[in-house]
Design a protein around this ligand. Structure first.
Ligand SMILES: *Cc1c(COP(=O)(O)O)cnc(C)c1O
Length: 330
């Protein structure tokens, strides 16, 4: 319908602003994981380096292996960041045509230095032949990511994290280099074939039914984001991050994430005081709040995570800290 074509036509340039790109931003009726699979299916022929520093980055590895692509894994201790020198050391063998990395590792509250990693990859002799695939599901629009300036190939995100929308939509910027590469990759699949998705996007359409109700929400939310200003949005996230860390330390908690790489959108607090996190959450729920226990068997009850992303404001954080203080004073 023409109304839907108008809607996608309105959304696309606003998404490009949020991704800091002039390239195509594909809109998909899926969660973020769908576009992670798309990135792998469309851009890898030889071998991919999967960078793992937590539960979500391990998903890159799982998707790569589920799709029968060759890979190697670069894993650092959870809570640490992936650093440029580690990545280029592995890529220097020349066997790789792609690297997958998580921008903001939601399980550990670590933001990897994507800008520096991408610059180091591009400086390799075959650096321009390596696809740089970035999962920014919990980062983009809250933690800075500049798709064009950082020379990335695929950067993807989803509606339900820093975009603060209902779940069900995912977005990815795709470089010209990645589009050219896709033409050489067999078995790109059907639903997530970048070449088909782009063909329709050029007409402000989608090859399969668009999630129109969610697109309406996205259109409104993008207006609100751009009215706040993307730089102001980043600054708000950083201020909430800094306040969260200061509050946690003032209570005697340690921060799980490596110093200097703490995420602007989620703080992972070490539970060195051994508070009862399920009991804390019951207490918080009674006050209309909730936080996340540590992710997975490794981190549950040993850490907890405080989100400071999307529409949250400093006053929301203060209310949360006040409630946790009250719980701890009991
Ligand atoms: C939530 C999350 C995912 C999974 O995204 P879905 O939208 O649930 O598929 C992947 N990566 C990161 C970093 C996440 O935070």
């Amino acid at each position: 319908m023409p109304e839907c074509i108008d809607l996608i036509g309105r959304i696309e340039p606003k998404l490009q602003q949020v991704f800091f790109t002039n390239k195509r931003v594909i809109i998909s009726a899926s969660s973020g994981t769908g576009l992670m699979e798309a990135a792998i299916r469309n851009t890898v022929n030889k071998k991919i380096l999967n960078c793992v520093n937590g539960a979500f980055s391990d998903r890159w590895r799982q998707i790569t292996e589920a799709n029968g692509k060759e890979n190697e894994v670069l894993e650092v201790q959870w809570g640490q960041a992936i650093l440029p020198e580690m990545v280029v050391e592995r890529l220097a063998t020349g066997e790789f045509d792609a690297v997958a990395i998580t921008h903001n590792e939601t399980s550990t509250g670590v933001t990897n230095p994507i800008k520096e990693i991408a610059a180091a990859v591009r400086a390799l002799p075959n650096g321009n032949d390596i696809m740089i695939l970035v999962d920014s599901v919990s980062g983009l629009s809250g933690a800075r990511l500049e798709f064009d300036a950082w020379d990335l190939d695929v950067a993807l995100t989803a509606s339900q994290k820093a975009f603060a929308l209902p779940p069900g939509l995912a977005f990815c910027a795709v470089s010209d280099r990645a589009m050219e590469k896709a033409k050489t990759v067999p078995n790109r699949g059907y639903y997530f074939d970048f070449l088909v998705l782009e063909k329709y996007l050029l007409k402000d359409q989608t090859p399969a039914t668009p999630a129109i109700s969610l697109l309406n929400a996205l259109d409104l939310q993008l207006d609100k984001m751009l009215a706040e200003g993307i730089e102001a949005r980043f600054a708000r996230h950083l201020a909430m991050r800094n306040r969260t860390i200061a509050w946690a330390k003032s209570k005697g908690f340690e921060i799980f994430s490596a110093a200097g790489y703490e995420s602007p959108t989620v703080t992972c607090v070490a539970n060195n005081l051994e508070i009862d996190i399920p009991a804390l959450n019951n207490f918080l729920r009674g006050r209309g709040m909730f936080l996340s226990n540590g992710y997975g068997a490794k981190l549950k009850n040993k850490t907890f995570r405080i989100a400071h992303m999307g529409d949250l404001q400093m006053a929301d954080m203060e209310a949360l800290f006040g409630a946790i203080d009250a719980f701890m004073a009991q």
